[in-house]
Structure formats: C-alpha cells, structure tokens
Design a protein around this ligand. Structure first.
Ligand code: PXL
Length: 283
C-alpha cells in the first residue's frame, strides 16, 4: 500500500543527497514523499562554493498549514539541519504529527570521518540527541554515533583492526537502541564496509565492498531506502540489506568512470531495482 511520508531535509542541487535522494528513492519504492524543505542550496555544503537560502522561518508555517488541512503521515524522516532552530521546529512538528502508528526515522546527519559538517555546531548536536530519543529508527554513521553517545571517535577508530572492534561499536550503540532500531552505517573494517544493525540486544553485521573513497549522499540514500523498506513492511535487517546492496550498486557504477566524490553516486539508473512491481516480478 502507498504510504505517505513527511521528509524534513534540505534541497541541494549538487551532491545527490538529502531531498534529491529521498524523493527519488521513496517514489521508486511506491511511497508518497511530502517534502518539508529546510533550506535550498546550489550544492551541499562541502563544495568549495555554494549559494543557499535558509528556510527555517517557513518550517512552522508548513507545520501549521498541514495541520489546518488535517494531514496525517504514515512515516516521518529527518536528515540534515542547517541550524539548531530547525531541530526545535522539527520537535514541534513531531508534537503535532507523530502518533503511535507513525514510523519516525532520524538520520542524525552531523558529520563524517570524525568531523562535524561546516554548518554544524555543538548546540545543534544537543538538540539532535533530543530528536534521536523520539525516533523508532536511527541511522548514524560512526562519527554521528560518537557525537550522540559522547564517545571519542579517534580513540575508537584507532583500534579498528582489533578483532573485537565491531563488538565495541555495537556496545556503544546498545544504550541508544533501547526501544528502537539502530543501524550504524559505513563502519570501515577488515577491508570491507560494515553496516551494523543493533536491535533488541543483538547486533547483525552486514558486509559490503570497500571502495576506499567517501561519496556525498550515500548515507542519505541508505537511510531513504531503509525508511522506504520499513514503510513497505520489511523487518529492519532486511531493510538494511536492501539499502546496503543499493548503495553498493550505485558506487560500483560510479567508480567505473571519471568521478568526483563530491557529486555523489550514480543511483538514478538503479532506482528501478527498488520498485515493488519489479521486485515482485523478479521474485
Ligand atoms: O549528505 C549530507 C548533507 C546533506 N545536506 C547538506 C550537506 C550534507 C553534507 O555535507 O551539506 C546541505
């Protein structure tokens, strides 16, 4: 059944991330994305130059307009926030639209490779912790897991070759996973990338090919596929597997040609693989 999903994220013209990724992925999976844009940008903020317009002031107006029209959502997913005020508006949005039956996926987009994104500050990190507590599913990368839990990224990754590395990452995610699913994305280990699903006291490690580069938007594409799969009724580990395989396909295609990781990955030509009609026809 088609599910209606509010997607709170920015619209970046270059970088194949945030709404550009989520609208395409959710639509391909047969759902109805309803974007609540937090900002419009000529490119995501890691580009050397970008122009943007902050839409923070529009957020409460969208919320009120949607409430006046009695809109309801089967799911809500959140991504990048440019300012801590946007997180406050999102918490208010949840007060009005999050019900027992709403699936809330929070991708706590704050940084990568142990560093905060340029537009991010510590106040926003604190608000993100508050938002994370309301989520049914969290999809932090390792840097974001450290920011959410207060762990030291450098100390943790200094022992990435240890046999018990994944056990320590899972132990770090365990308190966060009380009452919700957590997928720690893109953990580099033993020559591969691991997406670690932590839920109900157990951890499930899914291994993918390591390409050795970090591409814009892959975390956003991953969380959009997880969200779409969960809305469609998949269990969390299956959702993580579909997302990992989809991102892997897109990266493998991208590295075959001259590329700049800032421009993201060739996911568009594989969207058809996410479509339920194709999935049912192929199964
Ligand atoms: O992919 C994460 C992301 C989303 N949106 C914007 C960003 C980034 C990462 O830098 O700058 C605007």
């Amino acid at each position: 059944m088609t599910k209606k999903a509010a997607v709170i994220n920015d619209l970046s013209s270059f970088g194949r991330c945030s709404l550009t990724a989520a609208i395409a992925v959710l639509s391909a999976m047969g759902h109805r994305p309803c974007p609540l844009p937090t900002a419009v940008l000529s490119a995501q903020t890691e580009f050397p130059v970008y122009a943007g317009e902050d839409l923070t002031a529009l957020m409460p107006r969208y919320t009120e307009a949607w409430e006046s029209n009695h809109e309801r959502f089967d799911g809500i997913c959140t991504g990048y926030f440019a300012r801590s005020e946007q997180l406050r508006h999102t918490l208010d949005f949840l007060d009005r639209f999050q019900t027992d039956g709403t699936l809330l996926l929070v991708d706590p987009v704050m940084g990568d490779n142990g560093r905060l994104y340029p537009a991010y500050d510590r106040t926003a990190c604190g608000k993100m912790q508050e938002l994370a507590r309301r989520a049914d599913v969290l999809t932090p990368n390792l840097s974001e897991l450290c920011l959410l839990t207060g762990a030291d990224y450098d100390a943790l990754t200094a022992h990435a070759d240890d046999a018990d590395y994944l056990t320590r990452v899972a132990a770090l995610a365990a308190p966060l996973s009380a009452g919700r699913g957590v997928i720690v994305t893109g953990v580099r280990t033993e020559g591969c990338i691991v997406n670690l699903t932590v839920q109900d006291g157990s951890a499930d490690a899914l291994r993918s090919r390591l390409f050795g580069e970090s591409f814009s938007g892959t975390g956003d594409i991953f969380s959009a596929v997880v969200f779409g799969a969960l809305l469609g009724g998949d269990p969390l580990t299956r959702a993580a597997e579909r997302a990992a395989r989809f991102v892997e396909l897109a990266i493998a295609d991208t590295v075959k040609e001259a590329h700049n990781p800032l421009y993201g990955v060739n996911f568009e030509k594989f969207l058809y693989t996410l479509n339920e009609v194709n999935r049912n026809a192929n199964s």
